[in-house]
Design a protein around this ligand. Structure first.
Ligand code: KG4
Ligand code: ZN
Length: 371
């Protein structure tokens, strides 16, 4: 029994642990939960460690956030211009237990009050995912509560239920993050059909890489968003890729255009104008393809999800177009668009009430499209 394991046990409520003979051995054979019967109030602990945020949250009944602690590593990774996987894993190991404890403290509950633990187990950086999944398994085994593995993108989609528990199916969701750009029809809980996705870079990646070309810090999305607010979106014409007859996206062209433009940038062109022009082009592509998806499916309910959904230009254009085209629009506030564990707890809750649970054999998966 190492000091780390002893500490882990302390955090899962076994502070009186006194020696190796009591050590719980986590094996896939061990029952991971007591038999679950749906109770009127379900308290779910959500854990999210798939990338560079260590987050834990307690959510009641899928939508009432009692706590949502997000410890960001951005300052550390910003020095390197992007995420360094080894550093991310190490930081998650350091932070996971204090962050869980804080989530419980803020919610005013203890481990024994939890009904289930939901954790992002795919896709993401393997070492990073492992930290959250290991913690979730420990809690599941020690407290005899269900463990539920959640797909990260599914979590982003469920942020919409955190702000609007009455949001109705079916709906189309534009999922735009640092690693993914997907247009999804959500027909029911856990029922997804992919309409289109990016063929190359993700929207967030386009923001981050273009910001880097402009000499702006990582992550580039929020910085470009801020600068764009005081720039002229018509100052530079960036290309808008249209992939005929599909609902797919492509952002590699605009990234290359940004590199070319920057090589010959007029001296008097402000970074605000470039940011505004770039953002307008990305927003055009996202909005036009989303509207095409609405027309093609006849589903007039549209949700936004993922870090890029926090973009003020995207939200404004979507609001405008939703009104013109009589589309019901839903999107979370910025802090629930970017990575957080409340969205994982919410998705976990709906899995739980539909009896979709995992066990201690839950695996981590680096790459898996939503399906
Ligand atoms: O969902 P997220 O937090 O993590 C991933 O799952 O990838 O998304 C991170 C991405 C980054 O690329 C970041 O630049 C982008 O979301 N982002 C934004 C904004 N806030 C975050 N992009 C545009 N505008 C924003 N306001
Ligand atoms: Zn994310």
């Amino acid at each position: 029994m190492t000091q780390e394991m002893t500490n882990a046990l302390r955090y899962i409520g076994k502070a009186d642990y006194s020696g190796p003979s009591e050590a719980p051995i986590l094996t896939p054979e061990m029952p991971s939960h007591k038999s679950y019967s749906s109770t009127p109030a379900s308290l779910i602990l959500g854990l999210e460690t798939s990338c560079d945020d260590t987050s834990a949250s307690v959510v009641k009944n899928g939508s009432e956030i009692l706590s949502n602690i997000v410890s960001s590593q951005i300052d550390i990774h910003a020095k390197f211009g992007g995420i360094v996987p080894e550093i991310a894993s190490r930081k998650h190991v350091e932070l996971i237990n204090p962050v869980i404890q804080e989530a419980l403290d803020v919610a005013g509950i203890g481990f024994s009050d939890l009904d289930a633990v939901a954790v992002t187990n795919r896709p993401g950086l393997l070492g990073a995912l492992l930290t959250g999944v290991s913690a979730a398994k420990s809690i599941s085994a020690a407290m005899e509560i269900p463990i539920i593995g959640v797909h990260h993108l599914e979590g982003h989609i469920y942020a919409n239920f955190l702000i609007n528990p009455d949001w109705q199916f079916p709906f189309i969701c534009l999922v735009v993050s640092g690693g993914h750009t997907d247009l999804v029809v959500v027909r029911g809980h856990g029922d997804y059909e992919i309409l289109g996705r990016t063929r190359d870079d993700a929207a967030g990646e386009a923001f981050d890489k273009s910001a880097r070309v402009l000499g702006l810090p990582y992550p580039g999305g929020p910085v470009i968003d801020r600068l764009a607010a005081s720039g002229n979106p018509k100052a530079v014409h960036f290309p808008r890729a249209r992939l005929d007859d599909t609902l797919d996206f492509s952002f590699s062209g605009i990234k290359t255009a940004m590199i070319r433009f920057f090589e010959h940038k007029p001296a008097d062109m402000s970074v605000e104008d470039v940011a505004a022009s770039f953002q307008a082009a990305v927003v055009d592509m996202l909005v036009n393809t989303s509207l095409a998806a609405v027309e093609r499916t006849g589903i007039r309910r549209l949700a936004l999800a993922g870090g890029v959904a926090a973009n003020s230009g995207l939200q404004a254009r979507m609001r405008e177009q939703a009104e013109i085209n009589h589309i019901e629009l839903n999107y979370p506030p910025p802090r629930l668009c970017t990575d957080n564990a409340a969205m994982i707890a919410s998705a976990g809750y709906y899995h739980l009430i539909n009896s979709r649970m995992d066990d201690l054999a839950l695996d981590t998966i680096a790459s898996q499209p939503l399906r």
